[in-house]
Design a protein around this ligand. Structure first.
Ligand code: C5P
Length: 243
């Protein structure tokens, strides 16, 4: 729900990836823009998130070359007409850079920012609400699930050790942060030539605590062919209505 007056949450979706791993399977289409039935994955994500969360601004980082690329430019126009509340900006070379560009484009320097991947459409409503609730007392909170598999460390194809599964969590989004602290973390990382793989990494780098909120296994990131096939089944069976 778009409620500039009452919300203190900015939403950022880094959607600037080129999805190289799936491109052949999707006939050259970026995965966030590929369609399941009649909707693009990013469209499903925006629809579901904007219904669940009261937000004050909603920023999306698109692939950086959209000015020169007719396809991406026309998608930008499509998204702006369907979701007039969006601010669409050019993304960066990495996910972290896309998030940091979106933070630069934010109109706010206090309150919260909720970051969510463009290709994770199956987040649970209750988990998102839980995450936001926890963020009222803890500055930085991320969704994660316990690893279902044994995690081993290898060196040159040789197993070195088994990690303690009880302590291993697979990180998901949405993640919610104090916007001022995240901006500071990205600035500090940039000034020190540190390249975090995600926002929590940037925060840890400046010594900030990042707390966990237990997520759901359904909330997978569409990365492989099998993920895409599974996503189709979930949508065709209308499972999203129960999430
Ligand atoms: O590539 P991967 O699936 O890990 O990307 C996770 C998220 O980060 C996706 O939403 C993707 O579009 C985004 N991303 C981005 N800018 C990049 C690379 C990835 O916004 N340069």
């Amino acid at each position: 729900m778009f409620d500039k007056k009452n919300s203190d949450i900015s939403i950022i979706i880094p959607a600037g990836g080129s999805g190289e791993r799936l491109k052949n399977f999707l006939n050259g289409e970026n995965k966030q823009f590929s369609k399941i039935n009649d909707k693009m994955i990013l469209e499903i994500v925006i629809e579901r998130l904007s219904k669940i969360i009261d937000f004050r601004e909603f920023i999306i980082a698109f692939p950086s070359f959209f000015d020169e690329n007719f396809e991406i430019e026309s998608k930008k126009q499509y998204f702006l007409s369907k979701f007039p509340f969006l601010k669409i900006i050019p993304g960066g070379k990495t996910r972290a850079e896309s998030v940091s560009f979106a933070l630069d484009a934010s109109d706010f320097c206090d309150g919260k920012v909720l970051v969510h991947d463009a290709v994770r459409p199956f987040f649970h409503k209750n988990s998102v609400k839980n995450l936001i609730e926890i963020s009222k007392t803890k500055k930085n909170v991320i969704l994660a699930v316990k690893s279902k598999d044994t995690i081993r460390e290898f060196f040159e194809n040789c197993s070195i050790k088994t990690l303690d599964r009880e302590k291993i969590f697979l990180v998901q989004t949405p993640q919610i942060f104090d916007i001022q602290t995240l901006k500071k973390a990205y600035l500090y990382s940039k000034n020190n030539n540190f390249f975090p793989t995600d926002d929590a990494g940037a925060l840890e780098y400046i010594g900030e605590k990042v707390f966990l909120c237990e997520g759901d296994y359904d909330n997978f990131k569409i990365t492989t062919r099998a993920d895409f096939v599974l996503a189709k089944i979930i949508i065709n069976k209308n499972f999203t209505e129960n999430l």
